[in-house]
Design a protein around this ligand. Structure first.
Ligand SMILES: [Mn+2]
Length: 285
């Protein structure tokens, strides 16, 4: 059996695939985990101790179970795709036509549906798999912000013998060293102003200006603008909270003008604007 999931597999997708595949192994069924293209960065830690087949070939497989998707577009790099069973919590896709489906759009995660299937099989789930299912649920509910009663009732069963902090360790990825240095430099060079109840933070760094702007938002800016000057190029990135819209600030419009000032281009969204162009006076920009 191949347990397959969608490309750039997220934590819920990987958790569902791992738990189902491991359960089949316990039941003496030879099983594999398959992922098109790649596992997402967020799900790397969760899946690192399991073998994952990237872009598997279904012609070498007897039976395929697909989890967390039912649309062929998310599986385009799988060779000779076939699907026998689908377990998913998204709206039915094209692949449902020719497969046995267990779809529940009201479920907050696919991991919970896999958990249901396993319980039906009468299989008693161990600590390791409890942690992984919990990880899938926590990730797909934005750390329980979107949880419903079913989530809490499943979690009350799953977390009986595990430490919740161990689950969080599985799904939190620390940023790389270079990103942390950008954050520190960006914070160190802040010029901050207050306009009414809006805190505006300007900073400059050598690169990663968008990452820098997000960092300033995390430490409390309502509007963050970060400029990066290169040899003969200027790049500016910004992020804003919704309340700047009430003050009539639209970053896409603002940065269109910044782009013109830089003899380059600019724009974006109302709460995330950016521009790049020629090197000009930084303060003026
Ligand atoms: Mn999901």
């Amino acid at each position: 059996v191949l347990v397959l999931t969608h490309h750039n597999a997220d934590i819920d997708a990987m958790a569902s695939a791992i738990v189902l595949s491991e359960t089949l192994k316990y039941l003496n069924i030879k099983s594999f985990i398959g992922v098109p293209e790649s596992v997402s960065k967020a799900a790397k830690k969760l899946s690192e101790s399991f073998d994952v087949l990237i872009d598997p070939d279904c012609s070498e497989i007897n039976f395929v179970v697909l989890v967390d998707t039912s649309v062929p577009e998310q599986l385009s790099s799988v060779k000779n795709l076939k699907v026998n069973v689908i377990i998913d919590h998204h709206a039915k896709g094209k692949l449902c036509k020719n497969a046995v489906c267990f779809i529940d759009e009201n479920s907050k995660s696919s991991a919970q549906l896999v958990y249901k299937v396993i319980k039906k099989l009468g299989y008693n789930i161990d600590k390791k798999l409890s942690k992984i299912i919990t990880a899938g649920i926590v990730a797909d509910t934005a750390h329980l912000k979107l949880a419903d009663n079913n989530v809490f009732s499943d979690l009350s069963e799953l977390t009986k013998n595990i430490e919740f902090s161990d689950v969080l360790k599985l799904i939190t990825t620390e940023g790389g060293l270079s990103e942390k240095i950008v954050s520190f430099k960006c914070a160190k060079r802040v010029d901050a102003y207050r306009f009414d109840d809006i805190l505006v933070a300007f900073s400059d760094i050598v690169s990663h200006e968008a990452f820098g702007a997000r960092t300033l938002m995390k430490i409390g800016a309502d509007l963050a603008i970060v400029i990066a000057e290169k040899k003969d190029e200027t790049r500016v990135s910004s992020r804003g909270r919704k309340k700047i819209l009430e003050k009539g600030i639209d970053l896409s419009k603002l940065f269109k003008k910044v782009g013109e000032f830089l003899d380059g281009s600019g724009g974006g969204h109302s709460l995330a604007g950016s521009a790049n162009g020629k090197k000009k006076n930084k303060e003026e920009c």
